[in-house]
Design a protein around this ligand. Structure first.
Ligand SMILES: [Zn+2]
Length: 424
């Protein structure tokens, strides 16, 4: 890439002309689902200021980035990550982990994710204030990473998925409160949401059914009453926060979709009834096929998971891809999300391969990771497509990934907010 970039500086002037010209032989229009050939995209400061047909002359003092031979697309977005963690098998797990470890690792994971082409992520679930602190450090320019939207710590019910004291001896913990993210009853729901608002979270993550990796027996039972989930949604709406729900079983999903949540994560045992409710309510499905494939693969290894987790991992894993295929075909809105942090960060590209293998045309997988995710985050007026006036979050891949989705692992260029942050 070094040879592809030509910079011209006005050495004698104190005025720095900040336009960047990008030559692209093909870019993906994720709104009209087509490839646009041979264009020049001009970036002024943070924004796309013009898009012209052909390769227009670059004025003196402006920078040219020549991406001919690459495919340019809007910055990718992953709606389900957990910076600060990656699942380790029983034998790989250190005997003790300091709470600061997660924060330190998160900075690395964020950088890896940005270099993988993801300029925006949503972190749904956290051990503490890691994603909130990281978001602020990135937004203020102290660290390099994707823009983060986060729920802070997930909200669970006692013994449910994301109760942080699951698996501990009863004498070894004090009872977690609503502020800690464990609620019982509608009143607690308000206390928990308000605490997250105070913490500075952008939205709410609820674990409305059991989970695969939690140290508990059921992976799919409902874990919130109708009243509890309705209260969370009402409280979240008062504060302008979105609600994302972790759900494997259909009953928990149904209660959440009826209550008006914004997205269902994993959705493993989603029934046609739930799909139709989601279509009716405009609820997004964030499939996380990558996590399903990862846990199913690891469940084959003896002692990788605790005994209580292994059967859940084996059955839930393969089901997610099948559910995605059905939901897509039926017309449920899909937003790209991987659950990176179960599997390794930076491998988010695999989700494009899994989605296309399960019936979604390649160009629609890119749409699901750009304009659809922007809509889910309510940032589609400023992000999510290559459009004049929008923020210049742009990524490129050498060759044409629509012919071979595996090319998505070779991101050659990342621009975030008009700044060239990575080129290979
Ligand atoms: Zn997750």
């Amino acid at each position: 890439m070094k040879n592809l970039i030509y910079s011209f500086f006005l050495l004698s002037s104190s005025y720095v002309f900040s336009s960047t010209y990008i030559y692209t032989s093909s870019y993906i229009d994720v709104v009209d689902l087509k490839i646009i050939k041979n264009s020049t995209i001009v970036v002024d400061d943070k924004l796309i200021s013009s898009i012209d047909r052909g390769f227009i002359k670059v004025p003196d003092g402006s920078e040219l980035i020549d991406l001919r031979g690459h495919t340019l697309m809007p910055g990718l977005m992953d709606m389900h990550v957990h910076f600060g963690q990656e699942y380790l098998s029983k034998s790989e797990r250190p005997a003790k982990v300091e709470r600061e470890t997660s924060a330190i690792l998160a900075t690395q994971h964020a950088l890896k994710t940005l270099k993988a082409g993801f300029t925006t992520v949503r972190q749904v679930g956290d051990r503490g204030m890691v994603a909130i602190s990281l978001r602020d450090a990135i937004n203020s320019g102290q660290l390099t990473g994707p823009s983060i939207f986060t729920s802070g710590k997930s909200i669970a019910t006692t013994g449910g998925h994301a109760d942080p004291t699951n698996g501990l001896a009863s004498g070894d913990y004090s009872y977690p409160t609503a502020e800690d993210g464990v609620i019982n009853g509608p009143y607690d729901a308000y206390a928990a949401v308000r605490q997250r608002y105070k913490d500075g979270a952008d939205g709410i993550k609820l674990t409305v059914t059991g989970g695969v990796l939690s140290v508990a027996k059921s992976g799919d039972n409902p874990q919130f009453t109708e009243e509890e989930v309705v209260s969370v949604v009402k409280a979240a709406k008062d504060y302008g926060m979105w609600v994302a729900v972790h759900a494997h079983g259909a009953e928990g999903m149904k209660r959440a979709v009826i209550a008006g949540v914004n997205s269902v994560e994993h959705g493993t045992f989603m029934t046609e009834e739930v799909m139709d409710l989601m279509i009716k309510n405009g609820t997004y499905y964030v499939p996380t096929i990558s996590a399903g494939e990862f846990v199913a693969e690891k469940a084959k290894i003896d002692n990788y998971f605790p005994d209580i987790v292994r059967p859940k991992a084996a059955s839930v894993g393969p089901q997610i891809a099948a559910t995605f295929a059905k939901a897509y075909k039926r017309g449920v809105k899909i937003a790209f999300g991987t659950d990176a942090g179960v599997q390794a960060h930076g491998t988010n590209w695999r989700e494009f391969v899994y989605m296309s293998e399960n019936g979604m045309p390649p160009i629609e997988t890119i749409k699901a990771a750009t304009i659809e995710t922007a809509k889910l985050l309510s940032i589609d007026l400023t992000h999510g497509s290559i459009t004049v006036g929008k923020v210049a979050d742009l990524v490129a891949v050498k060759g044409n990934p629509l012919d071979d989705m595996y090319l998505m692992q070779n991101i050659s260029f990342v621009m975030k907010g008009g700044e060239n942050v990575f080129s290979d």
